[in-house]
Design a binder for this molecule. Structure first.
Ligand SMILES: [Zn+2]
Ligand SMILES: [Zn+2]
Length: 165
């Protein structure tokens, strides 16, 4: 069982020649989190580096398992997040991401892209029924026996008695 060796988010680009593409696979642990979502496994990114006069263009894709807390039933669930990558690393100032000492650090870029893809309102499934607002029963797994509403309150019953007369 070989497995993929963990690799750094840092990529040396000193030997990268303009016009020549280099493919890189990154597989590295990360503890990135936002709101009720957090990374639950290694970040895997397949990237292509293209050097140009101003820096390096990085394209490809990245994915990771994320654990989310369902906004409706509050259950934790795991789902794969994947994103397309197309970012420029510039030599010198001015870009979101920069080349420093012939090295690019892909971690901030991958973190930004993946955390942006986290759903704002995570749901364990599209038709999650959520929790009963009265008793907190998870309506996905249990039927709530129901609660007294105004129409069956003692006062309402009393009123219906009067109505019958
Ligand atoms: Zn749910
Ligand atoms: Zn209930």
């Amino acid at each position: 069982m070989g497995g993929v060796e963990a690799s750094s988010f840092l990529i040396g680009i000193g030997d990268l020649e303009p016009g020549v593409r280099r493919d890189v696979r990154i597989e590295a642990p990360a503890d990135w989190a936002v709101a009720t979502s957090k990374a639950a496994g290694p970040i895997v990114a397949d990237l292509a580096l293209h050097a140009h006069s101003g820096g390096v263009m990085v394209t490809g894709s990245a994915a990771a398992e994320f654990t989310h807390t369902c906004n409706r039933c509050l259950t934790d669930y795991t789902a794969t997040l994947s994103v397309r990558i197309a970012e420029d690393f510039l030599s010198g100032d001015g870009g979101d991401y920069v080349v420093v000492d012939d090295t690019i650090d892909t971690e901030p870029m991958l973190r930004d892209e993946l955390l942006l893809a986290v759903p704002l309102v995570p749901r364990c499934r599209d038709d999650c029924r959520g929790l009963c607002p009265e008793c907190g029963t998870d309506l996905n797994t249990h039927a709530c026996s129901g609660h007294e509403t105004e129409s069956v309150s003692p006062f309402a019953e009393l009123r219906s008695l009067f109505d019958q007369e």
